[in-house]
Design a protein around this ligand. Structure first.
Ligand code: MG
Ligand code: MG
Length: 265
């Protein structure tokens, strides 16, 4: 079933998402060549706990870390590892926080200074597609309108591939609630969007083919063809006056401006 949130509950969810966004901004300041995901993950966990939250992913179905860090051909669900970051890397970081009984969920992809122009373009298009999806997240539309907007932008207009196996979702007292929010679909189909729904909208976009596989760590999803994949995510409340984005990428982007090793995209 779909849980509809009151205005008060949406404000609590905004606080959870603000802590997610602050954590991702903190991560943006820590991303340096020579660093590892594992050490950043530890600091992110301390940051969340110091600010009164609980890491939302750690222990979720046995996931071992606070952040999902997916490098280059990594799509999502990467386990922070001892991989030493290289100046050509692109890292997608997904973060969840539980606070006041509600989850926040957002993601951002980061490019180191020597990442290829083709990777930068993939990241830009993925981020833009997120906002195309959000524009369609209005009362009276259906989930398929969000799905179609994202797919059309990435596949039809830019020739990239949308991952089919993983989708966005409702988010609230549980990390994953109904409805599913695929990044591909048909306009006018799927559940009706109503006031009080909160959706995690999260395009996962591949430069090459859409096929993905899971690594034998049981978590990390990578592209089958080994080409890069980007991921951006916002938690968005459906409201009378239009989509209300509860997470905040602008503070992450402010933090990137102060880290010369990470490109502004
Ligand atoms: Mg997420
Ligand atoms: Mg999510």
């Amino acid at each position: 079933m779909i849980y509809f949130k009151t205005n008060e509950e949406i404000e609590l969810q905004r606080l959870s998402n603000l802590l997610v966004s602050k954590t991702l901004a903190y991560v943006a300041s820590l991303l340096k060549t020579g660093e590892t995901g594992k050490s950043i993950d530890k600091k992110a966990e301390e940051f969340i706990r110091d600010h009164g939250g609980i890491p939302g992913f750690k222990g979720y179905r046995g996931f071992p870390a606070t952040l999902c860090m997916s490098v280059n051909e990594g799509v999502v669900h990467g386990i922070p590892s001892n991989h030493v970051f290289d100046s050509k890397d692109m890292i997608s970081v997904d973060c969840g926080v539980l606070m006041n009984g509600f989850y926040g969920d957002a993601a951002y992809s980061f490019a180191f200074s020597e990442a290829g122009e083709d990777v930068i373009k993939l990241m830009r298009v993925t981020r833009e597609s997120l906002y195309e999806g959000i524009k369609a997240a209005v009362v009276g539309n259906r989930v398929g309108d969000i799905s179609f907007a994202i797919q059309h932008y990435c596949e039809k207009l830019h020739g990239y591939s949308i991952v089919r196996e993983l989708v966005g979702h409702g988010v609230g007292r549980s990390l994953h609630e109904e409805p599913e929010v695929p990044n591909f679909g048909v306009r006018g189909k799927g559940p009706m969007l109503k006031e009080g729904m909160v959706l995690a909208i999260e395009p996962m976009v591949n430069m090459g083919m859409k096929a993905v596989r899971q690594k034998n760590d049981g978590w990390t999803i990578v592209t089958k063809d080994g080409k890069p994949s980007a991921h951006f995510e916002h938690s968005v409340a459906i409201r009378k006056n239009g989509p209300d984005i509860l997470s905040d990428h602008s503070i992450i982007e402010e933090s990137i401006k102060n880290n010369p090793e990470i490109r502004i995209i």
